[in-house]
Design a protein around this ligand. Structure first.
Ligand code: FES
Ligand code: FES
Length: 149
């Protein structure tokens, strides 16, 4: 099957029902996207498919052939992603870091769709991304910081 990830084409020989997360990490070796719960509950595995933030741990790879997949390795090449990453560094949003690729992917999708999100929009967009270090307040500030950039 042909996959387009971060603008590059990849050919993979995998079962159609293998979760996209497995293909990204274990077959293609792109380990920025994290495994957390495996049941679409934590957001650690968030990637973009055609610009939409999606949980890759429950997404069969057979459903995304020919679609534009973006991972944390490529999000900095987008306008919204670059702003989010810069804000994350400037505000030192990250603690342990494990959840943060997923947080950044959800935040970048929000900012691309809504360049000036209010608190309610931020909370709604980020509700599916859990952080055991409790960085939620800095994540919200980081998104606002990026929106002002
Ligand atoms: S690992 Fe996919 S949502 Fe938790
Ligand atoms: S920064 Fe540690 S889980 Fe979020």
């Amino acid at each position: 099957m042909d996959l387009k990830i971060n603008g590059a084409n990849h050919q993979v020989d995998v079962p159609d029902d293998m979760p996209l997360l497995w293909v990204i990490r274990d077959v293609l070796g792109m380990t920025g996207t994290k495994f957390g719960c495996g049941i679409a509950q934590c957001g650690a595995c968030t990637v973009h498919v055609d610009g939409i933030a999606i949980r890759s741990c429950q997404l069969p790879v057979g459903t995304v052939g020919g679609r534009a997949i973006t991972t944390i390795e490529g999000i900095g090449d987008t306008s919204a992603g670059a702003k989010i990453q810069k804000a994350w560094i400037e505000l030192e949003v990250i603690q342990c870091g494990y959840c943060q690729p997923g947080q950044i992917m959800s935040a970048a999708a929000l900012l691309a769709a809504n360049p000036q999100p209010d608190d309610d929009a931020i909370d709604a967009a980020m509700a599916g991304n859990l952080c055991r270090c409790g960085t939620y307040v800095r994540i919200r500030e980081g998104i606002k910081h990026a929106a002002r950039a």
